[in-house]
Design a protein around this ligand. Structure first.
Ligand SMILES: [Zn+2]
Length: 101
């Protein structure tokens, strides 16, 4: 599972691209797609909102290092059941980088 590291900002969880894919699959269990292309919460029926989250890409050869690039994704959440995700996502370590050799 995701690796936890001591980053300058504190303890951080580093995700691999595979783990990002698994997270995306889990969204499919939680949200139900409607005919018009929107999603509703499986638990409460509320329309799903999304927030743009920036994941720093840690593709450097040293701990917590990267080129400064970010990977942006739209993270869906239920306004009733979930807390609104923050704009700063977890770092992602691509294959071949320090955290994902
Ligand atoms: Zn809900």
């Amino acid at each position: 599972m995701a690796e936890e590291v001591n980053a300058p900002v504190g303890r951080e969880v580093v995700l691999t691209p595979e783990e990002v894919k698994i997270m995306r699959k889990n969204w499919g269990k939680k949200f139900v797609e409607q005919k018009d292309g929107t999603f509703k919460c499986r638990a409460c029926g509320e329309t799903i909102l999304a927030v743009r989250v920036a994941h720093p890409i840690w593709d450097g050869p040293f701990p917590c290092s990267g080129s400064g690039r970010c990977w942006y994704e739209l993270v869906p959440y239920c306004p009733k059941c979930d807390e609104k995700p923050g704009p700063h996502g977890l770092p992602i370590a691509p294959k071949g980088s320090y955290h994902n050799p």
